[in-house]
Design a protein around this ligand. Structure first.
Ligand SMILES: [Zn+2]
Length: 143
């Protein structure tokens, strides 16, 4: 497996994906938090992810602690999209904001909407009638 970033060819670590890669640096800059990111990057704190999670700011009037998971998820989805489609598109901000607002609307502000999904639903795994089931996970390098 090639340990290089598919975007910039530097060593792809978790910190690289979420802090150091040029495409994510641009993303943080567009979100108005580049100064926070630079401080975290320069501190060499091994708990950089915790520092990132605890930034005290807002994105378009949304508290950081609410938008943060969606921003991170957005980075991951965009990287995967770029890799699998062999493109190098910027990471869009609007999708993370939209998903955060949807979450706030459904899970925070609308108790009736939240209750509608809390009724117990019996879900359990059953074995296939014929044969057997194997769960696998894998990856490959197409080059
Ligand atoms: Zn990179």
């Amino acid at each position: 497996m090639n340990p290089s970033c598919s975007i910039c060819n530097n060593l792809e670590t978790v910190k690289h994906i979420f802090i150091e890669c040029p495409i994510v640096q641009k993303y943080w800059d567009n979100n108005g938090v580049k100064n926070f990111i630079t401080d975290i990057e320069e501190s060499n704190n091994p708990n950089w992810l915790d520092s990132l999670r605890k930034i005290n700011t807002k994105i378009t009037s949304i508290n950081w602690n609410q938008v943060f998971p969606f921003l991170m998820w957005n980075i991951w989805l965009s990287r995967n999209h770029n890799y699998h489609n062999k493109v190098n598109l910027d990471i869009p901000i609007s999708l993370a904001i939209t998903r955060t607002l949807e979450f706030i609307h459904l899970a925070v502000k609308e108790p009736s909407a939240r209750q509608a999904h809390t009724s117990p639903k019996a879900i359990r795994w059953t074995s296939p009638k014929i044969g057997f089931k194997i769960n696998i996970d894998g990856s490959f390098n197409s080059t």
